[in-house]
Each structure stands twice: as C-alpha cells, then as structure tokens.
Design a protein around this ligand. Structure first.
Ligand code: HEM
Ligand code: CU
Length: 604
C-alpha cells in the first residue's frame, strides 16, 4: 500500500501490505475508495439516463414524430425513470455519504467496511443486470412505478418486467445494507465530544436518509415479491377475478415510493446546509431546528403516500386525510428554506460555483415544492395527474433539488478528494448553462401539462398546439447536456492539472477539512476531540494537530475479495430465478453461502 508507507511510519498499520492497482480496487474496504467507486458508477449512469432523456425529448420535439416506436418509447422512459432514481439519485448520495460521513464525524472508516464493499458490488451488479435487458431487446416497459396489470404477464408477457422486478430486488439489498452501515457508523463512531447536536447537518441528513432506506426498501421488496410471484408462479395478488386487487400494488409501491423521494432529497438538504454556511462565513442559522425539521420530514413522509393515488377513487375521507398530511410536510420544508436564507442574511457571501449551485437549488426546489402543494390538493390533482405538469413538478424537485445540490457538492468537496481545485471559470459557465437549460426544459412543461398533454405517451396530435412549447423543452435538454459535458471536462481536467488545494481552501468549519487533501487512508493521525459545532472555526489548532500530526498506533482492516465474491452469489441467485427449472437459483444460494462462510472466518 504505497500511500500509507509514504506518509506514515510502519507502526501505523498492521496486517499484510495492500495489493495495488486494479486488485486494490476490487478488494478495497476503504470508505473513500468505495465512495469513489459509487460516485464514478453513478455518474456513468447519469450519462446513460441523460441519453435516454435526450431520446425522449427528440421523439417529443414535434407532433406525430416517428423517431422511436411506441414499444421502445415505453422501455426508454421506464429505464430513464428507473435509472435516475435507483442508479443515479440514491447511489450518488451514498457516494457522498461514504466519502464524507466518516471524515465529518471524525472516524477512521464506516462501522462495517466489508459490508460497505458488499453494498457497492451488489449495487453495481444490479445496475448492470437491469441494463442488460437492452441487449435482449426487453428493457422494462411498465413505468418506473411498475403499476399492476401493466406489469402482469397478460400485458407485459416478455422478460421486460422480470428484469425490473429482479433488478430492483438486487438494488434494494444494497441500499438496506448501506443504511444499516451508516446508522451504526453515525451513532457509534463519532469523535469524542461530538454530541448528536454537534454532528454536521450533512451527516445528520445521512442518518435520517439511512433510516428511510432501511424502512422503505423492505416495503418495496414485499411488493416486488408479490409481483414476481404473480409473474413466475401464477399467484394472482393483483387479479380482481381471483379476489386480488391492483390497488394493493399502488399502496405498497407508494408506501415505499414517497419515502423514497425524501431518500433522494434529504441528502441534497444536507449538502446545501454545508455549502451555504461555509460560503456565507456564518454558522448555519437555526441548527437545531434544521435537524428537527429533517427528522420531522422523515417521519411525516410516511403518512402521505396516497397523494399519488387520488385518481384511484379512495373516497372523500382518505382524500382529505392525504391532502392535509401532504400539505403539513410543506411546513418543515419551508422552515428549512427560510433558515438557508437567514444563514446568508448579513453574511460575507462568496459566490463560488458551489454557492451558485446551492442558491440555485434553494430557488428551484422552492418552485417544485409549490407545485407539489398544488397537486396535493385533491381536486386540482384530478386535473393535473398524469399530465406533464407532474413531470415538471418532480423534475423541479429531483433535478432542481437533488442534481443541482450534487453538482454543487462536487465543486465544494473536489479539492478534498483530489487535493486540487476545480476550475472556477469553467465552473461558472457550467453552472449557468446547466441552470438555464434546466429551466428551459422543465418550466414549459407546466404549461404543456395544463394544456392537457398526458405523460407517458409517445406522441401527440399536431392539432393540439403543443409543438412550440415541446421544442423549447427539447432545446433546453440539449443545453443541459452541454452543461454536463462542461462539468465532466472540468472534473477530468482539474483532477490532473488543477491548482493545489491545501487542507481547507474554503475556510470551512467541519472536521473533514482538518485532514490533508486527499486524506490519508486512516483519515486522522489521532482522532480529535471536539468541543463545538464548528471545530475549525473555534478550536482549529488542536484539531489540525491531531488530524495531521504523527499517526498513533492503529489497526486498519485488510483488503478482502469476499464482498465481491458474495455479491456475485447474491446477483446470481436473483438472475437464476429467470432460468427454467426451480433448482437453478440454488446454485446462486450455494455460492453466496460459500462467500459468507469464508467472510466470517477471514481475519480482519
Ligand atoms: C422532495 C422531493 C420530491 C420528489 C423527489 C418528488 C417526486 C415525485 C414523483 C416522481 C412523482 C410522480 C409520481 C408518478 O409517477 O405518478 C410525484 C408526484 C407527486 N408529488 Fe412529489 N416529489 C417531491 C416533493 C413533493 C412535495 C413537497 C409535495 C407536496 C407538498 C409533493 C406532492 C406530490 C403529489 C401530490 C404527487 C402526485 C401527483 C399525481 O399523481 O397526480 N411532492 N412526486
Ligand atoms: Cu409522494
């Protein structure tokens, strides 16, 4: 392990030397490397999902277009949604958790480093499995919400929805294990003196997100089991003729699906809560309220799922309940928005690229929140549901909320990861082009929707007068693509030739900035003791001495191939469910068993 020898005396680590190169990456258990693997994979799928989006927008650029046939269109929009939610949104947040949560709370790694590697490999294989469906010409085609009947063998007889059901089952395993790992890490591995009310907001939101992951994804797993049982073994959970009910699917799906939107957005809240105080050079306004409102959003988020189901005809009592409960969530969310603004108020604001992204996020997320309250109103909802208005809404929260925050986090934390600064001039061009392209794409969709264009249709009539607005949206999508290309260019270029960063280029307050850039394998030479919420603003001297001084004797876990081996087994088990005979999945189970046993006996 070259880096550790270079920086530290031999007593700093025990156990065998690390393998190098590709073998190190395949067997690593270091949270920073796993974070990078997650991040690069998620960015790759962001490009895949982006290409799918461009194809959709080309098809919709003019009425009665024949660029993509209806069946392929169904596959592409289904895979676009599935990819963006499960292969981009969640893993890119998990990438940031992996890299920064242990550093922020003053830990050497996550609680279960090998489990962490297993999460990554299972996620990767699940993602590859899901996209392999394209090679069979049978990508999932029932929408990212997989509604029953559309996803039954009667209406989707091919392998398409099998790929979807099994693929999501695999991906869910990864997220649940990741959630367990982060909860244990944040609760148990904080530096001495870091009480819960001193944990940085980003790590707090990682904790709430992790609780949502371990509670919401099992609900999805149940729904997927019912669906795969129906498809493979002829059960009829969703078949009215057999006493089943397709609405059961919707309840289970959205009981997972609404908490899922908070799994996607809370990490973004955490990110802007780090960027805004740093660049306003003021502590976060109302820290405690920011924590509680995040927790409250996580809890109330469980009571609002049926706002996705007003159109099923649940009756006035259920409609009223879910209208009100949904609107109540706007309160803690609004509190957060006011607190970000109050943090900037009177601050010495520095508008670097990260700050532009954070402020852009607050503005666009607010727009998305307001259109959310609009369709939370059940009578409005009947007009808006399944129109492009909903597409506008959730892209304002997902892209304007999550993606803008994530891009901002790249600019904010890149110097820590690589030791080099990103190019600010290119960064500002990247921000403005992306931001303008984003609004040009999704703002017109509000009108497209109110004028009555349904979503999930592959074309529209030329008599509807929708061509102009749709062209605007398509042009916007291509401008966004230019913005993304600039971002990727900036990352690649700056990683090689960026200006050297030093440990704390932004003068930030949290512990990750006390370490070298990039941090050594063991993060902190000696785990620092904190006495405040902004340790690098209040007690920098002692903290930096601990972080960057002579390393104390410590033990770091050795590399292991068993996570990779076990992940192959888990994936194989799911894949072999598609094989003709009942016993084939047993091969995968046996493989997994061998992996787990060897894992258990391996010295750590
Ligand atoms: C926090 C981030 C949010 C994300 C990621 C998000 C995402 C989504 C998605 C993906 C849909 C489409 C469901 C479908 O395919 O039918 C949707 C619909 C909906 N969202 Fe959001 N949303 C968020 C915030 C909100 C907020 C703050 C509210 C209300 C205060 C809200 C209320 C609704 C409602 C009522 C629907 C149902 C629309 C319909 O079925 O007609 N959402 N959201
Ligand atoms: Cu919802």
């Amino acid at each position: 392990m070259a880096t550790i020898e270079a920086h530290a005396p031999a007593h700093a680590h025990a156990g065998p030397a690390r393998p190098t190169g590709i073998r190190d990456w395949l067997s690593t258990v270091d949270h920073k490397k796993i974070g990078l693997l997650y991040g690069v994979t998620a960015l790759f799928f962001f490009l895949v999902g982006g290409i799918e989006a461009l194809l959709i927008r080309i098809q919709l650029a003019k009425p009665e277009n024949a660029f993509i046939n209806p069946d392929l269109y169904n596959q592409i929009f289904t895979m676009h949604g599935t990819t963006m939610v499960f292969l981009v949104g969640m893993p890119i947040a998990v990438a940031m958790f992996n890299y920064f949560v242990p550093l922020q709370i003053g830990a050497r790694d996550v609680a279960f480093p090998r489990l962490n590697a297993l999460s990554y490999w299972i996620f990767l294989f699940g993602a590859i499995f899901m996209n392999m469906s394209f090679l069979f010409g049978a990508a999932p085609n029932g929408g990212w919400f997989g509604y029953a009947n559309l996803s039954s063998t009667q209406y989707s007889p091919g392998l398409n929805m099998d790929f979807w059901g099994l693929g999501l089952q695999i991906l869910g395993v990864a997220s649940i294990m990741g959630g367990v790992n982060f909860i244990t890490t944040i609760i148990n591995m904080r530096a001495p003196g870091m009480r819960m009310m001193r944990v940085p907001l980003f790590s707090w939101m990682a904790l709430v997100t992790s609780f949502l992951m371990i509670t919401a994804l099992p609900v999805l797993a149940v729904a997927l089991f019912l669906m795969t049982f129906d498809r493979f073994w002829g059960t009829r959970f969703f078949d009215v003729a057999a006493g089943g009910d397709p609405v059961i699917w919707q309840h289970l799906f959205w009981m997972f699906g609404h908490p899922e939107v908070y799994i996607l957005i809370l990490p973004a809240f955490g990110i802007v809560s780090e960027i805004i105080p740093t660049n306003s050079r003021k502590p976060l306004f109302g820290y405690a309220v920011m924590v509680y409102s995040g927790v409250l959003i996580g809890i109330i988020g469980w009571g609002v799922w049926a706002h996705h189901m007003f159109a099923t005809g649940m009756g006035p009592i259920a409609d009223a309940f879910f209208t009100i409960s949904t609107m109540i969530i706007a309160i803690p969310t609004g509190v957060k928005i006011f607190n970000w603004v109050a943090t900037m108020w009177g601050g010495k604001i520095r508008f670097n690229t990260a700050m532009l992204y954070a402020v852009g996020m607050v503005a666009t997320f607010t727009i998305g929140g307001i259109s959310g309250v609009m369709h939370a109103t059940s009578p409005h909802n009947l007009q808006q549901t399944d129109t492009y208005f909903v597409v506008a809404h959730f892209h304002y929260v997902l892209v304007g909320g999550l993606i803008l925050a994530i891009f901002g986090s790249f600019y904010h934390w890149f110097p820590k990861i690589t030791g080099r600064m990103m190019d600010e001039r290119l960064g500002k061009a990247n921000f403005w082009i992306y931001f303008i392209g984003f609004n040009l794409t999704f703002m017109p969709m509000h009108w497209i929707g109110l004028l009555g264009m349904p979503r999930r249709i592959f074309t529209y009539g030329s008599d509807l007068n929708l061509a102009g607005l749709n062209q605007l949206a398509t042009a916007g999508a291509f401008i966004q693509a230019i913005g993304v290309i600039l971002l990727v260019v900036n990352i690649v270029k700056s990683a090689k030739r960026g200006v050297k960063a030093g440990p704390n280029p932004w003068g930030a307050a949290t512990l990750e900035w006390a370490t070298e850039s990039p941090p050594r394998e063991y993060n902190f030479a000696k785990i620092p003791t904190v006495h405040s919420r902004e340790p690098l603003w209040v007690e920098a001297e002692q903290i930096e001495r601990d972080a960057r001084g002579e390393p104390e004797p410590m033990h770091m876990p050795p590399n292991s191939y068993w996570p990779l081996f076990t992940a192959v087994g888990v994936t194989l088990t799911c894949v072999l469910f598609m094989a003709p005979s009942w016993w084939e999945p047993l091969i995968g189970l046996a493989w997994t068993f061998i992996g787990v046993v060897n894992w258990a006996y391996e010295p750590t």
